[in-house]
Design a protein around this ligand. Structure first.
Ligand code: ATP
Length: 259
């Protein structure tokens, strides 16, 4: 854990594409600290910088200036090899499009981060993969390939894969964007459970106030800056409160409440 008790700290992070008059300022000074064992959602209009923030947090993109520290380790100064290793073992990823390898079984997909980190194939590795699949309700689908699984099941495999290394932070980019509301709720319950029961630290980009209502906290991004923040209230009002804040962002560009 970082000296300040945060799993991940972003300080004065900027990200600029291009230079001069045509420069795009995707992030213009982000200060965010993710306390361990918390669930943070990031919302904002299209183009406000959500994906860029997530990519910088995960070490997939490098800030133009500022600091990103994972478990107290500064990513910006890390060489590419060390950063890749850190990403594999200390960051979990969940994407909208699942990103499972089609030729591998569910079990092999889940094992992959450990295999890439050098773990040997064997009984112990399989037991870990089995436990991870069991946690997402898919112990009986270990031998299935992604094409044999529904979207919700594929996302559950992706979640098991993201958690298997017990990462410092899990970065989720629209994890329920491709799922119907009922299936999405199942995936969100598992994400919430990973935080509450396993102590995972979760950062999730979403357009959907219903998804954001599962978080502890919502950061609202506007034109590369966090301009609002909400501690998610318990109870039924959360979705309406989040949707209301979204409507106040950036004029009329905020999307309507998802079903
Ligand atoms: N490689 C790039 N080159 C130039 N501009 C970029 C690049 N990547 C992102 N941008 C710009 O940076 C800004 C933020 O983009 P980003 O994808 O982070 O927004 P977003 O909030 O995730 O949008 P969306 O909700 O539409 O996915 C946008 O203006 C985008 O056009």
């Amino acid at each position: 854990m970082g000296a300040d008790g945060a799993a991940l700290t972003m300080t004065r992070v900027t990200r600029q594409h291009g230079r001069g008059a045509s420069a795009v300022h995707a992030l213009r000074g982000i200060d965010v600290a993710l306390r361990r064992g918390t669930f943070t959602a990031v919302m904002g209009p299209s183009g406000s910088g959500k994906s860029t923030l997530l990519q910088c947090a995960a070490g997939l993109d490098r800030p133009t200036s500022g600091s990103v520290a994972l478990d107290g380790r500064e990513l910006a100064r890390m060489g590419e090899r060390r950063l890749t290793r850190l990403r594999r073992t200390r960051v979990g990823f969940v994407f909208q499009s699942f990103n499972l390898l089609p030729t591998l079984t569910a079990e092999q997909n889940v094992m992959l981060p450990l295999r890439l980190a050098g773990a040997r194939r064997g009984r112990e590795l399989r037991a870990r993969a089995h436990a991870a699949l069991d946690r997402v309700g898919l112990a009986d689908r270990a031998a299935s390939r992604p094409s044999q699984l529904s979207g919700g099941q594929q996302q559950r495999v992706a979640l098991a894969r993201a958690l298997i290394t017990e990462p410092e932070v899990v970065c989720a980019d629209e994890p329920t964007g491709a799922l119907d509301p009922a299936t999405a709720a199942g995936v969100l319950a598992l994400l919430r459970g990973a935080v509450t029961e396993l102590g995972a630290t979760l950062l999730m980009v979403t357009h959907d106030p219903v998804a954001a209502a599962w978080a502890d906290r919502v950061l609202f991004l506007e034109d590369g800056l966090v301009t609002d923040e909400l501690t998610v209230p318990h109870g039924a009002d959360a979705v309406e409160e989040i949707a209301g804040r979204m409507r106040r962002l950036g004029g009329a560009t905020a999307p309507a409440v998802a079903a």
